[in-house]
Design a protein around this ligand. Structure first.
Ligand SMILES: O=c1ccn([C@@H]2O[C@H](COP(=O)(O)OP(=O)(O)O[C@H]3O[C@H](CO)[C@@H](O)[C@H](O)[C@H]3O)[C@@H](O)[C@H]2O)c(=O)[nH]1
Length: 465
């Protein structure tokens, strides 16, 4: 029998069909692959090309396309949530549930040591167990958000939590946390976790079932950022929470398109405000107007990316939602774009000094490893908790002020947040935020830290394989 240390691990990666999920699974696969772990990556055929471009395809890594079964309400060929309305994404979960026989058959041929699954496939642990394979839940969310939202102490029992309950941390939540409560509009948003769509199980049921039945949970996290929340979750779920480290992305490949590089290049270093809200977060009309005028008020150059739900025509939405005369007034110092941009390259551009964002966890890490000060405008779900972690616990970003009952923010809230991290930098809180940003950047860019987490994770996996 091979010594444990010589064991050649083979794992399957099976993320939910959304790029916000696929990307962290790709990053984890790459880190494991560097440690000698063989990878089989499952996804729908339409996502393969993009996965291929991110996955360091070595002899140890392969992509296995899994066709999505036809179900009513789902268009053939739509293989990720990027092309879907939220209602279609719910139907996609049902189609995913129908893939169990297909997944079981491939797993039985591959016989990996582990299958890393996502919140959307709570049936994996049982199916894998029948084949003698261990199931690991890989969570792409911050640990603080799992601790706050779905700790069993909050979600077990006959009574589903109400808005009042969700405004407060669950019982036993780390006492040194910066979160003592969240705002009403945020708690109202989190109630989606407890809703059932079309008779399917609510999100919290899927997530909690996977977390409860897996062999161990692997998190995209490190003790330095989330130590107390990791301990809390391990106690709450009564199972190991293994740390993959923060999964700092590799420096982006390629170069920024000329049109953006040239535009950004005309401004002084660290002077441009970049705003982008990730792959699935959309602002409403009133929010877009206040944000745009807030940017105008700063007097700084800005690059604003606004996207809209798949069913809408983005160009006409831009025209409809931007304030009247806005583009003329900001000509020469502000641009507005709709559609995908190479965010990692933009954040790395020397002229970009601030990133105003939705607090998606990967986006936050991408800003921290560059010199972009964070102005945080979380819109939904885990983003509220990510923002509290970065602005509250880590003191490395500024959370934009919003009204408690409905989440309203005004133009002044936007411009004040940006000014405090970009202009009033000798005053508090901007001074401390900038100092902490620098510290976290050094920590995250320390390659040894990343390697240490990856090596420890592989060693732990070998002990339970
Ligand atoms: O125009 C764009 C938009 C996004 N990105 C990239 O896409 C990723 C987005 O990551 P992140 O901000 O974490 O994810 P989202 O897909 O926007 O967010 C979803 O997934 C996150 C977990 O990864 C959660 O924290 C969020 O709440 C959820 O909305 C990052 O690498 C970005 O660089 C681009 O390159 N160009």
């Amino acid at each position: 029998m091979a010594q444990q240390s010589e064991l050649k691990l083979h794992v399957v990666m099976f993320p939910w069909f959304a790029f916000g999920h696929i990307s962290p699974f790709v990053q984890l696969a790459n880190k494991l692959s560097l440690q000698g772990v063989g990878i089989s990556f499952f996804s729908a055929p339409g996502n393969v090309a993009r996965i291929k471009s991110g996955l360091g395809l070595t002899p140890k890594a392969e992509i296995i396309p899994l066709p999505i079964p036809q179900v009513e309400g789902l268009r053939p060929g739509f293989d990720s949530t990027a092309e879907m309305t939220p209602a279609m994404a719910e139907v996609l979960k049902k189609a995913l549930d129908l893939m169990q026989p297909q997944v079981k058959s491939i797993l039985s041929q591959l016989k990996p040591h582990f299958v890393f699954f996502d919140f959307a496939q709570p049936w994996i642990p049982k199916l894998a167990c029948e084949l003698g394979i261990k199931a690991l839940h890989f969570s792409v969310y911050s640990v603080i958000s799992q601790a706050f939202c779905i700790a069993p102490v909050r979600t077990t029992g006959a009574k589903i939590p109400d808005v009042e309950d969700m405004m407060k941390p669950p019982k036993g939540f780390p006492s040194n946390s910066a979160i003592t409560s969240i705002k009403r509009f945020q708690a109202e948003n989190l109630m989606y976790l407890f809703k059932s769509f079309d008779g399917g199980p609510p999100v919290y049921v899927r997530a909690r079932e996977g977390l409860t039945n897996c062999t161990a949970v692997v998190v995209k996290a490190c003790r330095e950022m989330e130590g107390p929340y990791i301990d809390y979750c391990a106690t709450q779920f009564q199972k190991p929470f293994l740390l993959a480290g923060p999964l700092v992305p590799d420096p982006p490949k390629g170069v920024l398109e000329d049109k953006w590089a040239n535009w950004l290049g005309q401004f002084p270093a660290k002077s441009v405000v970049f705003c982008n809200f990730g792959s699935e977060t959309f602002l409403d009309e009133d929010q877009i107007k206040e944000l745009a005028i807030g940017l105008e008020l700063t007097g700084l150059p800005f690059f604003l990316v606004l996207n809209f739900p798949a069913e809408l025509d983005s160009q006409s939405e831009l025209t409809r939602t931007l304030p009247e005369g806005f583009m003329e007034r900001v000509e020469g110092r502000g641009i507005v774009h709709t559609g995908w941009v190479r965010q990692a390259l933009i954040l790395a551009h020397d002229s970009v000094g601030c990133y105003l964002c939705h607090s998606g966890f990967s986006s936050v890490i991408e800003a921290l490893v560059n010199d972009c000060q964070l102005a945080l405008l979380p819109q939904k779900g885990d983003q509220f908790l990510n923002s509290k972690l970065v602005a509250g616990d880590m003191k490395a970003g500024f959370e934009i002020n919003r009204r408690g009952e409905d989440g309203y923010f005004g133009k002044d809230d936007i411009s004040e947040a940006i000014k405090s991290v970009m202009v009033d930098v000798e005053k508090e809180p901007g001074k401390t935020i900038r100092e902490n940003h620098k510290k976290w950047k050094e920590f995250l860019l320390n390659g040894e830290m990343e390697n240490k987490y990856a090596a420890e994770l592989v060693a732990q996996l070998k002990t339970i394989a």
